[in-house]
Design a binder for this molecule. Structure first.
Ligand code: ATP
Length: 508
């Protein structure tokens, strides 16, 4: 019977890597042979002068514990006596100084207990306590039954402690990793805030708290809106609206009503009063993207609004006072436009109080690996991938060397395409075959070879060709359709016509 009991009980103890689960399985088995109400397991930690409870099981629960009980120097002396018996029956807990002090602090209802010492590498590791709520429950035959389990208990506890230490080390590492990421990715979602955009972020920090207008300059897709967002998030308007207006995407005839709103009955179809973007942004920040695309007539009205800090809705007479911070952005050379008289000088002065120039991605290549990692994580979450796809070094080198005319937006598109094609990775990237020269910009009318294989006698349906050509243009612009250097401009077609063509061809 003893062998059978030993065998079965050992099997239970080795049934799980989780201490409390193993202990529960063990308890369920041995309680058939012992008058016990529960089992606890603790270790002695001389370096902390305490006893740490690791697990407790009883009829109701099986829990992992991390509870420490400080002990006196006198109690420590007792624990350090190596000649203490391997197993002891304490039928009245009050008769044992250490146990009566320690055990009730974690498990209040102990009347009697059998303590099984665990030894590891010749040192006292701790004890397993088989307890009953009532006093006087245990006999030597009970101790005889469980005494052979002490080595197995010592072993699984030592392993569990090693596991816990590894887990702690892992948690520390992952915390450090998070801290590093936070430092790299900055709380406002600006990747490279500590790298290639450091100078920009110094300017952001300097200007955020003020109400000064900011003019954001930089190529398309380089992150002007991201930085505008960061300014807003760091300002005392952070809990107020941030309204983005793409000045290049609003048809000239609708500009006034979109920007300044309208009164009921102002024009056919104006059935109710509507607040424009400026009113919606009141108290917060308005981000006027593609400001260089505003026609001259609209520039005058914008200047007036900025000077008076108020608007008048279309069809109305009342002035609506505004408290707004203006951030404008453009990829154009506004100063040159001022010289060409396509941008008003007075508006330029008004907007360019504090210009911030965002460097192009190719001017801060050191941010590319960070951006790649960040967007792979973002896209993996978007596509519900369980594992992050890998990027092989030679592919990363390719991304590092590429010219990035569409900047970060193009990088996101390249990564998204690669992930869609091979979600498990390793990712390979489909960059523009001909790497544009550093100083080359793509101009309207420039020849683009879409796919040389079509330049043969074998003809394809016209829509296929058009679809391919549009996709190619979108790739070049990093997905930008509207505005200067957008696909519509490159293809010399009205953006709305292009959009509907894309819809028809299933491209968007
Ligand atoms: N530093 C960055 N950190 C994280 N994401 C970025 C960063 N820069 C750009 N992005 C991402 O790249 C994309 C394009 O950025 P954004 O819209 O800010 O560029 P933009 O310069 O305003 O473009 P456009 O001139 O076409 O309006 C966005 O999805 C944005 O989230």
């Amino acid at each position: 019977m003893k062998e059978q009991f030993y065998y079965q009980a050992t099997q239970c103890l080795c049934s799980s890597l989780s201490l409390e689960v193993a202990l529960q399985n063990y308890y369920e088995y041995v309680k058939q042979y012992l008058p016990i109400d529960g089992i606890f397991l603790n270790i002695y930690r001389p370096e902390h002068a305490d006893i740490q409870f690791l697990a407790h099981v009883n009829e109701q629960q099986a829990v992992a514990l991390d509870k420490q009980v400080k002990i006196s120097a006198e109690m420590e002396q007792v624990l350090q006596q190596n000649d203490r018996p391997a197993i002891r029956i304490i039928n009245d807990i009050h008769l044992d100084k250490v146990t009566s002090f320690v055990a009730p602090q974690v498990i209040p209802e102990i009347g009697s207990v059998i303590l099984l010492r665990m030894i590891s590498d010749n040192t006292h590791l701790g004890v397993v306590g088989f307890y009953a709520k009532q006093a006087g429950q245990f006999k030597p035959l009970h101790a005889d039954l469980i005494e052979p389990h002490k080595d197995t208990f010592s072993l699984i506890t030592a392993f569990n402690l090693r596991g816990r230490n590894l887990l702690k080390a892992n948690q520390v590492l992952s915390q450090e990793n998070d801290n590093l990421k936070r430092a790299m990715f900055s709380p406002d979602g600006v990747v490279g805030a500590d790298g290639g955009l450091k100078k920009v972020m110094v300017q952001v920090d300097a200007i955020a708290a003020l109400n000064t207008s900011v003019l954001m300059l930089g190529e398309t897709g380089c992150g002007k809106e991201v930085i505008a967002n960061a300014i807003h998030a760091k300002s005392n308007r952070a809990d107020k609206p941030f309204i983005k207006v793409n000045c290049g995407a609003i048809p000239e005839t609708l500009l006034d009503s979109e920007l300044f709103g309208y009164e009921k009955g102002a024009f056919t179809g104006a059935e109710t009063r509507k607040a424009g973007y400026f009113e919606q942004a009141n108290g917060g920040t308005i981000f006027l993207d593609e400001i260089g695309e505003l026609p001259l007539s609209a520039q005058v009205r914008l200047l007036r609004v900025l000077q008076n800090s108020s608007i008048t809705r279309v069809g109305g007479h009342e002035n609506v006072d505004l408290n707004i911070r203006v951030i404008a952005a453009t990829h154009r050379n506004l100063q040159a436009m001022v010289h060409e008289k396509t941008f008003r000088e007075d508006l330029w002065y008004r907007l360019s109080v504090f210009p911030i120039e965002i460097p192009a991605l190719r001017q801060r290549r050191s941010d590319i690996p960070l951006l790649v990692q960040y967007f792979i994580e973002t896209l993996a979450a978007k596509f519900n991938l369980e594992q992050l796809p890998r990027v092989m070094p030679e592919q990363l080198a390719m991304l590092n060397n590429y010219n990035w005319p569409g900047n970060v937006r193009e990088l996101i598109n390249v990564l998204e395409r690669a992930i869609i094609q091979k979600p498990m990775g390793p990712l390979s990237f489909d960059l523009l075959q001909a790497q544009p020269d550093e100083n080359t910009t793509i101009k309207t009318g420039q020849t683009i070879v879409v796919d040389p294989s079509y330049a043969s006698d074998k003809l394809v349906p016209l829509d296929t060709m058009i679809g391919k050509y549009i996709s190619h243009a979108m790739r070049i612009t990093g997905g930008k359709l509207y505005g200067p250097a957008g696909a519509a401009e490159l293809l010399d077609i009205n953006p709305n016509t292009l959009k509907s063509k894309m819809k028809k061809l299933g491209l968007c």
